[in-house]
Ligand binder design. Structure first.
Ligand code: PLP
Length: 386
């Protein structure tokens, strides 16, 4: 597999030396039949667990009937999905369906630009909104952007922890402020309520749109269906992808109020968007994840994980613990600087899948169906690894 990859696959990914062939609930199996506890869930995608029976059944049923017809015709699952997403937000909301997170953000960027022609889009430092040119331009990380310049113009970057600076950056030239309520790729950084309130107030004052990127932190991950539900701040537009179809490619840009009317026929589109197969998977996924009892479990399990990690921080073995529900990032202390990859490798040896977001930061994004026992196994591993 390694030789084939080296020969034929564009070298855009660094992979761990393991080949998974099967997934079941919280467990992944490699080619030798070894079982791994998955604490990454395909980077916040397999929130329902691998091959969730309800999702599998929905896909199986739809797969025997119709894969695709194009957006020139009606098919029910995509329309029902838009209904479900809109109803989860507010009356009058509409959804545009596409195939990935970056595409969902492209739709939000185009929507914002049409809402205020030529307007700037304010983003936060360290944000990650995707790799396509618009989404990349909204992702102020030098190494990711620099090889691909010139970027799309009109993006303004502000500190993620300075409500005054954010307010000052928003004016009648601003089309939108775009924020991940919990930043994921840069190591799990929850954005403070003060920042979110400042963004909401500034957008209201300037007539700009507040866009939340819920691609990693949405779909129940933080203990509510949408992360913004816990903050009291509501966006005008939000984007979702990753976990929405449990692992089939999908994205959505959901808009309420006037923002729901901005994009009209001919403005935007994609061949596969709202296709019946993925939309069926998404409807079944929402049946599983839009569930108060599950959200309560996410909070209980997240608290347990955080408490265990906080104990290690109290003992000086971790420098920082940042958590919202089952979205967790931990920083290693200075004497272990650069060892995040080592911890992740040790985890793989111990048959646990984790992820390093940087040299010093380990991220945990388990399926939302884990149990106390799984949390305790990961805590025991971290105890040993540190
Ligand atoms: N936005 C956020 C917050 C993400 O975490 C990601 C992916 O990690 C994206 C956007 C891009 O999504 P995709 O990889 O599906 O294009």
């Amino acid at each position: 597999m390694t030789a084939l990859e080296e020969r034929y696959v564009m070298r855009t990914y660094k992979r761990a030396p393991v080949e998974f062939v099967l997934g079941e609930g919280v467990t992944l199996y490699d080619r030798d039949g070894e079982a791994y506890l998955d604490f990454l869930a395909g980077i916040s995608v397999c929130n329902t667990g691998h091959c969730n029976p309800r999702v599998v059944e929905a896909v199986r049923q739809q797969a025997t009937r119709l894969f695709h017809t194009s957006n020139l015709f009606y098919t029910e699952p995509g329309v029902r999905l838009a209904e479900r997403l809109g109803e989860s937000f507010q009356p009058g909301a509409r959804a545009y369906l596409c195939n990935s997170g970056a595409e969902a953000n492209e739709a939000a960027i185009k929507l914002a630009r049409k809402h205020r022609r030529g307007g700037e889009i304010v983003v936060l430092e360290e944000a990650f909104h995707g790799r396509t040119m618009g989404a990349l331009s909204a992702t102020p990380q030098r190494a990711k952007q620099e090889p691909f310049e010139p970027l799309v113009p009109g993006f303004v970057v502000v500190s993620r922890d300075d409500p005054g600076a954010l307010a000052a950056a928003v004016s009648e030239r601003t089309a939108a402020v775009m924020i991940e309520p919990v930043q994921g790729e840069c190591g799990v950084w929850p954005i403070s309520d003060q920042m979110l309130v400042a963004a909401r107030e500034a957008c209201d004052r300037a007539g700009a749109l507040l866009v939340f990127d819920e691609i990693q932190c949405g779909m129940g991950r933080t203990g509510t269906l949408w992360a913004f539900e816990r903050t009291g701040v509501r966006p005008d537009v939000f984007t979702v992808a990753k976990a929405l179809a449990s692992g089939l490619p999908i994205g959505a840009c959901v808009a309420g109020g006037e923002a729901a009317q901005v994009l009209t026929a001919g403005d935007h589109g994609t061949t596969f968007g709202a296709g019946p197969l993925v939309a069926s998977a998404a409807l079944a996924t929402l049946d599983v994840l839009d569930d108060d009892a599950l959200h309560a479990r996410v909070c209980v399990l997240g608290d347990r994980l955080r408490a265990g990690l906080e104990r290690m921080r109290g003992e000086g073995r971790l420098a920082d613990v940042r958590a919202r529900g089952l979205m967790v990032g931990v920083d290693l202390p200075s004497e272990r600087a650069g060892e995040a990859a080592r911890v992740v490798n040790d985890a793989l040896d111990a048959r646990i899948v984790l992820n390093a977001t940087g040299p010093d930061t380990v991220r945990m994004l388990p399926p939302l169906i884990i149990s106390e026992e799984h949390v305790d196994r990961v805590l025991a591993f971290m105890d040993e690894a540190l």
